[in-house]
Design a protein around this ligand. Structure first.
Ligand code: SF4
Ligand SMILES: [Zn+2]
Length: 110
């Protein structure tokens, strides 16, 4: 594993190989080539380990992160026995997860 630079002002995100190229990481259905390019960048990234630790608990869709698509991350969570706690009611995330309660129906916050 690469020795990470850690100072109070520098975080692992500052060392991300995707810095300045994040457009490439928002992948829509069918954009296989784009996804492969993004995954190839992750494969060279010195901070893939902390990145994976972070993203595995964040259910972002259509984003390649830590060399994984959302589908890959779902599979990884299953393999590792990781369960995401459901988002709170009144959030867009919970609404998108299918909640039909009034609070979620009128949700404005992410
Ligand atoms: S592993 Fe990929 S998504 Fe994560 S910081 Fe590195 S390049 Fe960016
Ligand atoms: Zn709800």
């Amino acid at each position: 594993m690469t020795e990470l630079e850690t100072t109070p002002t520098k975080t692992w995100k500052d060392q991300a190989a995707c810095k300045g190229k994040t457009d490439l990481f928002f992948v829509s259905r069918g954009e296989t080539h784009k996804m492969q390019l993004a995954k190839a960048i992750c494969a060279t990234c010195p901070v893939i380990d902390p990145c994976r630790e972070y993203v595995i608990y964040h259910a972002e869709r259509f984003v390649v992160w830590a060399g994984m698509s959302e589908k890959d991350r779902r599979q990884y969570r299953i393999e590792q026995g990781i369960k995401l706690s459901p988002a709170q009611h009144g959030t867009i995330r919970r609404k998108e997860a299918g909640c039909r309660c009034l609070e979620c129906h009128t949700a404005r916050r992410p």
